[in-house]
Design a protein around this ligand. Structure first.
Ligand SMILES: C=CC1=C(C)c2cc3[nH]c(cc4nc(cc5[nH]c(cc1n2)c(C)c5CCC(=O)O)C(CCC(=O)O)=C4C)c(C)c3C=C
Ligand code: FE2
Length: 429
C-alpha cells in the first residue's frame, strides 16, 4: 500500500526538528506547538448534561500529538501542497483581481499571502488580526499553495510572461461546466489535518485579499484523518474505491520531469513550478451504488477491497492486460478506467493526482451533491491531463457515473526562497 499520510514520528523536544526531503518537519517547536493539545493530555472535564468536555489547552509545555505537531515547510524548492500526503481537510479558492487592481496590487497581495502562509504553516498566528480559531493546535501539516490562472496575465499586463501551458483546456464532450465555478485569476489551495487549522488559514487568506481581489469560487473537501486506519494506506474515494495506486512516486526516476517544470524551464519564473488542473467531478452515487460490487470492479479494473488488479495479486501487482477469462474476454475490460488511464496507453502521459472528496449536501430531489475535487499536477497539462481526459471522453466505463461540473488550470510557481514571496520572480521580474 502507498503511504499517503504526512505524519512522521514526532520529535517533540528537538528545537531543530528535522526537515525531510518532502518539506515535512516533524515535531516543530513553534509557540503553539509547545502549548499542547487537549487530545494529547486527555483532560476530561465534568460532563454537563451528559456531554463529555475537554479542558482548554494547558499552559505547560505538553507535547502536541504528532497530528498537531507535523509541519510542512514554506520555503522549499517546490511549493508545499503538491507532494505531501493527502490531508484530512482542504479548501480550494479562486480569486479575481478587483476592478482597478493590477500588477502592483497583485504583488502586494502575494507578499501578504506568503507572509501569512509562512506563519500559519509554522503554527504561528496570522501577521494581523488573528482570529484565534487554531490557537490550541499546532501546524497540523497545513500547506498553502498559490497559483495563477490564464486571465491573471491580461489583468496585470503580464501577457508576455504567460506560459503557453496555460492555454485554455480543450472542450470535452462529457463536460457540464459551470463557468461561475471555473477558472479564476488566482488560486489558493489549503490543506491541513485539522479542520479548524484549515478554516483559520482560509479566513486569513480571504481577509488578506482585502480590496485587491474577491472570491470567485470556493470548494471544501476532505480525506480520511491520519491514524483512522490500522496502518497507512492509499485513500478511498466516495465510491469506496482505493484511489491513488497508480500515482507516480517521488522515488521514480522520471517523477520530477513529469510533475515539475525544470529549474532551467520556460518561462524562467516557473522554474521548479507545476501546473494544477482542478475539476469538480460529481459522483452519481445513486446509480453507482445500485451496481453489484463485481460490476463496480469491472468499471475500474481493480478490486474494491484492496485495490488489486482484477488479474490478481495485491494493490501494487502489475496489471495483466492481455489476460482473458474462460470465455475469451479480457479480465480487465477494454474500457476499464484503470486500463485506459495508464501512462503506457497514453503516450507516457503522467500526472500526480492529489484530490479531496467533497459533500455539499443533498439536492432538493434527494440526490447527494458529492464527489471528487480532482486536483492533478504535471509539468505540462498537454503531456498529462489533456491526453488522458481525451481518452476518457472517448469511452470510459466510469463516465456513466460521474459528471465534470467545473474546471480550472493554474500555473503554480516554484517555492519562494527565504526572504521572497511566491510569484515574486513573475511580478517583479
Ligand atoms: C484525466 C484524468 C483522470 C480523471 C478525470 C479521473 C477521474 C476519476 N478517477 C477515479 C477513480 C480511479 N482512478 C484510478 C486510476 C487513475 N485515474 C487516472 C486519471 C483520471 N481519473 C489515472 C492517471 C489513473 C492511474 C492509472 C495508472 O497509472 O495505473 C483508479 C485506480 C486506482 C489508482 O491507480 O488510483 C481509481 C479507483 C474517479 C472516482 C474519478 C472521478 C470522480
Ligand atoms: Fe481515475
Amino acid at each position: 500500500m502507498t503511504d499517503q499520510s504526512t505524519r512522521q514520528a514526532p520529535t517533540p523536544t528537538s528545537p531543530a526538528a528535522e526537515a525531510t526531503a518532502s518539506g515535512v518537519r516533524s515535531g516543530g517547536v513553534s509557540r503553539r506547538a509547545l502549548l499542547g493539545t487537549a487530545g494529547a493530555t486527555g483532560l476530561v472535564l465534568g460532563a454537563a448534561g451528559g456531554a463529555v468536555g475537554y479542558a482548554a489547552a494547558p499552559a505547560p509545555a505538553t507535547p502536541l500529538t504528532s497530528v498537531g505537531s507535523d509541519r510542512a515547510l514554506f520555503h522549499v524548492k517546490h511549493q508545499p501542497g503538491i507532494t505531501e500526503g493527502l490531508q484530512a481537510c482542504g479548501h480550494l479558492i479562486a480569486f479575481d483581481l478587483a476592478a482597478g487592481a493590477g500588477r502592483k496590487e497583485a504583488a502586494a497581495l502575494l507578499r501578504r499571502w506568503s507572509a501569512t502562509a509562512e506563519r500559519l504553516m509554522a503554527g504561528e498566528p496570522a501577521p494581523h488580526d488573528d482570529t484565534d480559531v487554531s490557537r490550541d493546535a499546532g501546524p497540523s501539516s497545513l500547506t498553502v499553495t498559490f497559483g495563477f490562472g490564464n486571465s491573471f496575465f491580461t489583468r496585470t499586463g503580464l501577457e508576455k510572461q504567460r506560459p503557453s501551458a496555460l492555454d485554455p483546456l480543450p472542450d470535452f464532450s462529457s463536460d457540464h461546466l459551470d463557468k461561475a465555478r471555473s477558472d479564476g485569476d488566482l488560486w489558493v489551495q489549503i490543506g491541513a489535518n485539522d479542520a479548524l487549522v484549515a478554516f483559520h488559514a482560509l479566513r486569513a487568506i480571504q481577509k488578506d485579499a482585502g480590496a485587491a481581489a474577491r472570491v470567485r469560487w470556493q470548494m471544501n473537501g476532505f480525506n480520511r484523518a491520519p491514524g483512522a486506519t490500522a496502518h497507512p494506506m492509499t485513500a478511498r474515494n466516495l465510491m469506496g474505491q482505493i484511489d491513488g495506486t497508480g500515482n507516480p512516486k517521488p522515488t521514480d526516476a522520471a517523477f520530477d520531469k513529469q510533475i515539475f517544470v525544470p529549474s532551467s524551464g520556460e518561462p524562467a519564473w516557473m522554474a521548479n513550478g507545476s501546473y494544477a488542473v482542478v475539476r469538480r467531478i460529481r459522483m452519481l452515487l445513486d446509480d453507482w451504488e445500485k451496481l453489484p460490487v463485481a460490476a463496480q470492479e469491472q468499471v475500474i479494473g481493480r478490486r474494491k477491497t484492496d485495490g488489486a488488479p482484477l488479474t490478481g495479486g495485491h494493490e501494487n501487482s502489475p496489471m495483466e492486460l492481455e489476460k482473458t477469462d474462460a470465455k475469451g474476454d479480457y479480465v480487465i475490460a477494454l474500457n476499464a478506467h484503470a486500463r485506459i488511464t495508464r501512462p503506457d496507453k497514453n503516450g507516457g502521459a503522467a500526472m500526480l493526482r492529489r484530490p479531496f472528496s467533497y459533500h455539499d449536501g443533498i439536492d432538493a430531489d434527494g440526490v447527494p451533491d458529492a464527489g471528487l475535487l480532482f486536483v492533478c499536477w504535471q509539468a505540462d497539462p498537454l503531456l498529462g491531463f489533456v491526453p488522458v481526459q481525451r481518452k476518457l471522453d472517448r469511452g470510459d466505463a466510469l463516465s456513466r457515473f460521474i459528471r465534470h461540473e467545473s474546471s480550472a488550470l493554474f500555473a503554480v510557481p516554484g517555492g519562494a526562497a527565504e526572504g521572497e514571496y511566491v510569484g515574486q520572480r513573475l511580478l517583479e521580474g
